[in-house]
Design a protein around this ligand. Structure first.
Ligand SMILES: Nc1ncnc2c1ncn2[C@@H]1O[C@H](COP(=O)(O)OP(=O)(O)OP(=O)(O)O)[C@@H](O)[C@H]1O
Ligand SMILES: [Mg+2]
Length: 410
C-alpha cells in the first residue's frame, strides 16, 4: 500500500467514531439487562455493527466445549453447536486469554477449514469474554479477506469486557432472587407455625387450666369442711396440672426462641452424638435392652448446639416409642435421595398412621395418648424448625406397630 489517502483516513475515523457511539449505547443497554438471552441479543447485534462485519457469534464456555449460543449473520454459521475447546478458534481465544485476528482463515493452522467451508467466512476476529479465566468469546466474520485494525479489535474487546460484567451481574441477581425466595418460604413457614401456635396456646392450655380452677374450687370447699384427706388428693391434682402447664409453657418458649437463634455451621459427627445420647438413656433406663445400629462416623456441617437438640428429640422418640416393643432396635444412618444425602433415625416401635405424618411437625400434635406414651408434643415441631433454619427438609415414614423413620437433610 502507498501513502494513505487523506479522504479514506477521514472516512475511517468517522467509522470508528460511529462504532464507539454504538459501543457506548451497548454498554448502557447491558447495564440494565437481567437475563442471558438479552445479553446475547445485544452483543451479537453490537459486535456485528461496530466491526462492520457480515456476521457475529456469541460463544459460551461449557466445560471443555465451546457452545455457539447465538449469532447474527448474512447466512447461518454454527448456532446451537458445540465444539471441543481444542478444535475451534473461540476455544483458542479462551485458552490463551487473547484475541485471534485472522485475515485469511484458509491460511491459518488454528482454523479447522472443514467447519468453515459451508459458511461465507473468509476472515475473522475472535475475542475472549473476560481475560482472567474466560467464560466465553465473541466472534466477528467477514466474507472477504480483511486485516482488522488494532482500533477495531480494541472496540470488540471492550464490548467483551462489558459483556463479562453484565454476565456476572446476572449471576448476582439470580442468586439474590433465589435467596429472597428462600427467605420468603422461611417466613411463610414461620407464619404458619405462629398461627397454629396461637391456636394451640388457646386450645391446649385451656384443659389443664380448667382442671386447676375446678379442683381449686373443690379444694376450697373441702377445706371448709376440714376433710383433709380428700383435700390433699385434690391439691395433688392441682399440682400435677400446674406442673404440666409449666412444662408446656417451657417447651413453647424454647421453641419460639429457636426462631431467633443464629445458625453457625461447623463439622460435627452425628454418629458420635447419637451414641452419647443413647448411652445416657441406657444409664437412666438400665432395664431396657435396645439394639443400636450406628455407623462409626456421620460427618455433617451444621450448627452443633441445634443439631444436638434435633438428635436428642429424634432419639428420645425412638427410645420412647419402642418401650413396648420386644427386640427394640434403633438405627441411625444416611441414604441418598435425589442426589442429596439424608440422615435418618429409624426404629421398630409403635409407629403411626402415615396420613397423620405431616401433622406431627406442628406443636402439640400427638398420635398417642398421654397414658400410652407421655409427652407434650413439641419435640418434632422443634426439630422441624431447626432443620428449616438450616435450609433442609424433614419427613417421616411409618407404619402402625412396625416403627417409624425420620429423615432429614441440612
Ligand atoms: N419414633 C416414633 N414412633 C412413633 N410415633 C412417633 C415417633 N416420633 C414421634 N411420634 C409421634 O409424633 C408425635 C409428636 O412427636 P413429638 O416428639 O413432637 O412429641 P412427643 O414425643 O409426644 O412429646 P415431646 O414434646 O416430649 O417430644 C408423638 O406424640 C407420637 O405420636
Ligand atoms: Mg418427642
Amino acid at each position: 500500500m502507498g501513502a494513505k489517502d487523506p479522504q479514506a483516513e477521514v472516512e475511517e475515523l468517522k467509522r470508528l467514531q460511529r462504532a464507539q457511539a454504538r459501543l457506548v449505547t451497548a454498554v448502557q443497554e447491558l447495564s440494565l439487562v437481567r437475563t442471558l438471552p438479552s445479553v446475547q441479543e445485544i452483543v451479537r447485534r453490537t459486535a456485528r455493527a461496530i466491526a462492520g462485519a457480515d456476521g457475529a457469534t456469541f460463544v459460551l464456555r461449557d466445560g471443555d466445549k465451546c457452545h455457539y449460543a447465538d449469532e447474527d449473520a448474512i447466512s447461518p454459521l454454527w448456532k446451537g453447536q458445540r465444539f471441543p475447546m481444542s478444535a475451534c478458534i473461540s476455544g483458542w481465544a479462551m485458552l490463551n486469554s487473547q484475541a485471534a485476528v485472522i485475515p485469511d482463515i484458509y491460511q491459518d493452522p488454528r482454523i479447522p477449514a472443514e467447519a468453515y467451508r459451508p459458511t461465507f467466512v473468509k476472515s475473522l476476529v475472535m475475542v475472549p469474554i473476560r481475560l482472567k479465566s474466560p467464560i466465553g468469546a465473541i466472534g466477528v466474520y467477514w466474507a472477504r479477506e480483511r486485516q482488522a485494525t488494532e482500533a477495531e479489535v480494541e472496540l470488540i474487546q471492550a464490548l467483551a469486557n462489558t459483556t463479562s460484567v453484565a454476565m456476572e451481574n446476572i449471576e448476582v441477581y439470580s442468586d439474590l432472587e433465589r435467596r429472597v425466595e428462600l427467605r420468603t418460604q422461611q417466613l411463610e413457614a414461620l407464619n404458619k407455625e405462629l398461627e397454629s401456635f396461637s391456636y394451640s396456646v388457646s386450645h391446649d392450655l385451656r384443659a389443664p387450666l380448667r382442671a386447676i380452677t375446678g379442683f381449686g374450687e373443690l379444694l376450697g370447699r373441702e377445706l371448709q369442711e376440714r376433710n383433709t384427706e380428700k383435700g390433699t388428693r385434690f391439691l395433688g391434682t392441682i399440682q400435677d396440672n400446674a406442673k404440666k402447664m409449666g412444662q408446656l409453657i417451657e417447651d413453647l418458649l424454647r421453641l419460639s426462641r429457636l426462631a431467633r437463634q443464629e445458625v453457625r455451621r461447623t463439622e460435627i459427627d452425628l454418629a458420635n452424638l447419637a451414641r452419647e445420647i443413647a448411652a445416657r438413656y441406657r444409664t437412666e433406663d438400665p432395664k431396657r435392652n435396645v439394639e443400636l445400629v450406628i455407623p462409626e462416623h456421620l460427618m455433617v456441617r451444621c450448627d452443633a448446639g441445634l443439631m444436638a437438640v434435633v438428635m436428642e428429640n429424634l432419639m428420645s422418640n425412638a427410645w420412647k416409642y419402642t418401650s413396648k416393643t420386644d427386640g427394640a432396635r434403633i438405627e441411625v444412618g444416611t441414604q441418598e435421595k435425589e442426589g442429596v444425602t439424608a440422615f435418618f433415625v429409624k426404629d421398630n416401635g409403635a409407629g403411626f398412621e402415615m396420613r397423620y405424618a405431616e401433622k406431627l411437625f406442628s406443636p402439640f400434635q400427638r398420635m398417642h395418648t398421654e397414658q400410652e406414651f407421655p409427652g407434650t408434643g413439641v419435640g418434632l415441631a422443634t426439630v422441624q424448625r431447626i432443620i428449616h433454619r438450616h435450609g433442609g427438609r424433614i419427613w417421616a415414614d411409618a407404619e402402625v406397630g412396625r416403627g417409624a423413620t425420620f429423615s432429614f437433610t441440612c
